[in-house]
Design a protein around this ligand. Structure first.
Ligand SMILES: [Mn+2]
Length: 359
């Protein structure tokens, strides 16, 4: 297995690439949409603001062939591999998710992104096919020693305001959380699976030709519906339905152990065993959690419901040789909370891999 670090858009700097390398990582996953920074010190993947994770920008030049090629060159220049991109910008595919009037145009753009990735030599695209996205999280001193992390505490749910999808605003003119100009409305399980199947049917052949794997992240929080919209993968068995939709090796999983452990009725070890044996994991998010949806808190990697050493041993036993990254981690109380949290997780993971691979 290989150790990687996920970096948000604003963190894709030479300094952070060197930080990753110094902490033992060899691979980078670039999470492109989103504004997960507030000030220099505080970076946490939660936002109580009504605008969710912020405004999704459609015209970020990183999404062109040249932008992707330059990103890869910058990562390579520090002696690292750019393993994957994570998540299309909501502004690029809201009507794919909503089955709206610009769907065809947006699908054509997503296909172009996949072709450009292949041409630039970036071979995995992580994505999450979700309408409500990661919504409703709280933030507090939930982790060991009062370290700040995020959680979900079964909040009262409001419909998704028009102009928002994936917990980001794609149309600032329409979006008004105080006086919504309509809502996304109810989306049934049948509708979301239909939309997802249509997406896969069109995207998988393009991904195969480009030499790119599409890697689906499960719904976080894993609930049957969120804000009136049905979710795809909220139990480990649902991954099988995803695979059965299209057996292509380009149809893979962004295997988030944190989200899986939050799934009511799921067995995280059985799920890891099943899907790693099936060789369906593109890469792995390692995150520990206490509790299950709809009530859980994120914890340090060594301090939650999942025995991470056992989880990693199962991956190793099944020959998984891909990249594992810390997902999110609690913030360590110091001058660089996010970096310290990530360095802690990476150090623990590197030690765990050293032990497992020497057994
Ligand atoms: Mn994840």
């Amino acid at each position: 297995m290989k150790l990687g670090l996920g970096l948000y858009r604003a963190l894709l700097t030479p300094e952070n690439f060197r930080f990753a390398k110094q902490a033992g990582a060899t691979h980078i996953v670039a999470h492109l949409p989103g504004h997960f920074t507030r000030g220099d010190a505080k970076i946490i993947t939660s936002d109580n603001a009504q605008a969710g994770f912020g405004i999704s920008e459609a015209d970020d030049p990183i999404w062109t062939y040249e932008g992707l090629r330059d990103l890869k060159e910058r990562v390579n220049a520090e002696g690292l591999v750019l393993e994957a991109l994570e998540n299309f910008a909501p502004a690029h595919w809201y009507d794919v998710l909503l089955d709206g009037p610009q769907r065809a145009e947006q699908m054509a753009h997503l296909k172009q992104i996949i072709r450009d990735m292949g041409r630039a030599g970036i071979h995995t695209m992580g994505y999450c096919f979700t309408l409500a996205g990661v919504w409703g999280r709280t933030e507090g001193p939930y982790s060991r020693g009062g370290a700040h992390s995020v959680g979900f505490e079964n909040p009262p749910q409001t419909p998704i305001p028009a102009g928002m999808v994936w917990n980001m605003v794609y149309d600032p003119d329409r979006f008004n959380p105080d006086d919504p100009q309509g809502t996304v409305g109810v989306v049934t399980a049948e509708q979301i699976w239909q939309r997802y199947a249509a997406f896969l049917d069109e995207m998988v052949p393009v991904a195969e030709e480009a030499g790119v794997k599409l890697a689906l992240h499960p719904d976080d929080p894993p609930l049957p519906t969120l804000r009136d919209t049905a979710r795809l993968v909220y139990h480990p068995d649902h991954f099988q339905r995803v695979i059965d939709l299209n057996p292509s090796p380009s149809n893979t999983l962004e295997f988030c152990i944190g989200t899986i452990s939050e799934m009511p009725g799921g067995d995280v070890y059985a799920a890891i065993d099943r899907y790693s044996q099936a060789e369906r994991l593109a890469y792995v998010h390692l995150r520990n959690v206490q509790g299950k949806a709809p009530n859980y808190h994120e914890m340090f990697v060594d301090d939650g419901d999942t025995d991470m050493l056992r989880a990693l041993r199962i991956l190793h036993k099944n020959g998984f040789d891909g990249v594992i990254i810390p997902d999110h981690t609690p913030l360590l109380e110091c001058a660089a909370p996010w970096h310290a949290g990530m360095a802690y997780a990476l150090g623990w993971m590197k030690a765990a891999l050293t032990v497992i691979e020497s057994e």
